[in-house]
Design a protein around this ligand. Structure first.
Ligand code: KG4
Ligand code: ZN
Length: 336
């Protein structure tokens, strides 16, 4: 079973080939970050047009690198949602057209299922069931991953996603878009405890999050002031520590609640070093093992989509065959 994976839900065009028996054979990615930087955020129409330009050359590259051709591909898996609708339609149309011409099925995959399964691309993958913290630019969720295709949302953000809060605060600090990684780098030089941010939702029971207040708190500290680089670094450090504290405490609570012994971190913010260290400590205290995908598989990629397609198809799950693109799509409602 060999699957060609296609990801185009936002500002990365990515293609990968995954083989059930061998593992990941190739993956290629083109980031549009430089193109959107001038606008301070993703411009949906530009994103769609660039996916159109990039997809075919990337498919050729990925197939060549995997020493594969259309005969050796059994199915095509593409991201059907959630995401930018124009960008999704490019990938869905492309994958379905390719499937028709090759005589192979095209399978629509939920983008977040891809993120949740990304640690399975690594050498020591977690087995089901596990607890997953999904932290990206668009989502912050704690998910009980019962088995392939069964995902129970335990808690989620009521407003901004963690990555969004990183990006917006980075923008206030004058860092280039997307600022999450740049803010984290600046925080490395900042001093702990100099600027203290609130810890939203920690005083309430439950597993939901709220991050929009942190961005406002950063704005209040920064407004109208010319700050030295070292003062900005202290703010970045204080902000990062607040986000990490909240995520770590909610993970601790979720591990206690579910009794799971495996904690998976998925999504772009999972690349954050301080978060990784704290979650490793939280897991260790709960006698749980922690699993991080490598950084390139934390952020958007097609390897996770090809893998999800391969697992689903291999398990006889036929939901999602055909062409579909959904801007909004609840993870808890995906079929099998
Ligand atoms: O999963 P992803 O690539 O895209 C979405 O599906 O959203 O996540 C991107 C997010 C961005 O908000 C980015 O700023 C954030 O992940 N990010 C980080 C770091 N690296 C990427 N946030 C904090 N620390 C990092 N090192
Ligand atoms: Zn993503």
């Amino acid at each position: 079973m060999r699957v060609l994976g296609i990801e185009s839900s936002c500002d990365e065009t990515a293609v990968a080939v995954y083989d059930h028996a061998i593992g990941l054979l190739s993956h290629r990615i083109h980031s549009q970050v430089a193109m959107h930087q001038a606008y301070g955020g993703v411009v949906p129409e530009l994103a769609s047009r660039d996916h159109v330009r990039r997809l075919l050359p990337l498919v050729r590259e990925a197939l060549t690198a995997a020493e594969s051709d259309k005969e050796s591909i059994d199915a095509i898996a593409y991201t059907a949602g959630p995401g930018l609708i124009g960008a999704l339609l490019v990938g869905a149309g492309f994958a379905s057209g390719l499937g028709l011409s090759w005589g192979k099925p095209a399978l629509g995959i939920h983008h977040l299922e891809g993120h949740l399964l990304a640690p399975l691309l690594e050498p020591n993958p977690p087995s089901f069931p596990f607890l997953a913290l999904l932290v990206s630019g668009g989502h912050t969720q704690l998910v009980d991953v019962v088995r392939l295709g069964e995902y129970r949302i335990l808690g989620e953000t009521l407003d901004d996603a963690a990555g969004e809060a990183f990006d917006k605060t980075a923008k206030l600090l004058g860092l280039p878009y997307p600022g999450g990684a740049a803010l984290a780098a600046l925080a490395e030089t900042g001093r702990s405890g100099q600027v203290v941010f609130p810890r939203p939702m920690l005083d309430r029971p439950g597993l939901d999050f709220s991050f929009s207040g942190l961005k406002t708190a950063a704005w209040v500290v920064l407004r109208g002031r010319e700050l030295a680089e070292s003062a900005k670094a202290d703010i970045a450090r204080g902000f990062e520590e607040a986000v990490v504290d909240v995520l770590a405490e909610k993970c601790r609570r979720a591990l206690t609640l579910t009794g799971h012994r495996r904690l998976v971190i998925a999504g772009g913010v999972g690349a954050n070093r301080r978060l990784r260290e704290r979650l490793a400590a939280v897991a260790s205290q709960a006698q749980a093992a922690v699993y991080f995908p490598r950084t390139e598989f934390c952020t958007d990629n097609a390897a996770m989509i090809a893998l999800a397609g391969c697992l689903r198809w291999g398990a006889g799950m036929r939901e999602g065959v055909g062409m579909s693109a959904r801007a909004n799509w609840e993870l808890g409602s995906i079929g099998v």
